[in-house]
Ligand binder design. Structure first.
Ligand code: ADP
Ligand code: MG
Length: 225
């Protein structure tokens, strides 16, 4: 049994736009062990988000091999992919992606609607409340996103990501819309989750933010350099 949580071998990604092909990732080989905190940096348009989406099973490569926690993602059917996504992966995005008409607590409970763990409502609520406590927002659970600051919205998104206790958190420019002090607070939360054993993969174009990670991977024009 391999210790690699993520194993990408020679991944290529092309987008087709009309007649044209856009070659976004080129022969990307990347092995990440369980428990690592890895940062992906590179200029805008270099393929960072595309890489993260492929790792998160939100997009498929054009060529190559991908094993996630021992599962061959490219051969997996829709059902096992959605099971992987809802039981093993937590996403955090630059724009938070909260549902505006739901309360903070309801937003954090959302992943349980899609999880196949057969968790009952009461248990889901307990897990959501515990995730909210970990990000320090227990006094805001009935707030809706418009009643929260940017940092609080991102902490809510992190609570939603960790509520299912994922093995892997994928964060795409999680501090990109925040001032530097609030951004540091978000990084401290991610560092704490890492210290507690979660594997974290974070995309940023900010070298200062990247210094939170143990390991940095640089990507340029779709290739790791
Ligand atoms: P980054 O996150 O490093 O800024 P992206 O991975 O978002 O870069 O994008 C890499 C390149 O792929 C960009 O040129 C972008 O326009 C293009 N691209 C991204 N997603 C798509 C898509 N769904 N269809 C076509 N082109 C895309
Ligand atoms: Mg991006």
């Amino acid at each position: 049994m391999s210790l690699n949580l993520i194993e990408l071998n020679e991944i290529d990604k092309e987008y087709r736009i009309g007649e044209n092909k856009l070659h976004v990732l080129r022969r990307v080989t990347l092995h990440i062990k369980s428990g690592e905190f890895v940062c992906v940096t590179g200029p805008s348009g270099s393929g960072k988000s595309t890489l993260l989406h492929i790792i998160g099973c939100l997009d498929r490569p054009t060529a190559g091999d991908y094993l996630l926690d021992g599962v061959n993602v490219l051969n997996a059917g829709d059902e096992s992919l959605s099971r992987l996504r809802s039981n093993s992966l937590g996403f955090v995005f630059q724009t938070f992606n909260l549902i505006s008409f739901l309360t903070l607590l309801e937003n954090v409970e959302l992943p349980f609607l899609y999880s196949d763990s057969n968790i009952d409502k009461k248990h889901a609520r307990q897990k959501a409340l515990s995730a909210i406590k970990r990000v320090g927002l227990s006094d805001r659970i009935t707030h809706r996103p418009f009643q929260l600051s940017g940092g609080e919205m991102q902490r809510t998104a992190i609570a939603r990501a960790i509520a299912i206790n994922p093995k892997l958190i994928l964060a795409d420019e999680p501090t990109g819309n925040l001032d530097s002090k609030t951004g540091k607070n978000i990084l401290d939360i991610l560092k704490k989750l890492h210290a507690d054993g979660t594997t974290i993969m974070m995309v940023t174009h900010d070298m200062q933010v990247a210094s939170a990670a143990q390991k940095t991977i640089q990507i340029q024009d779709g290739s790791i350099c």
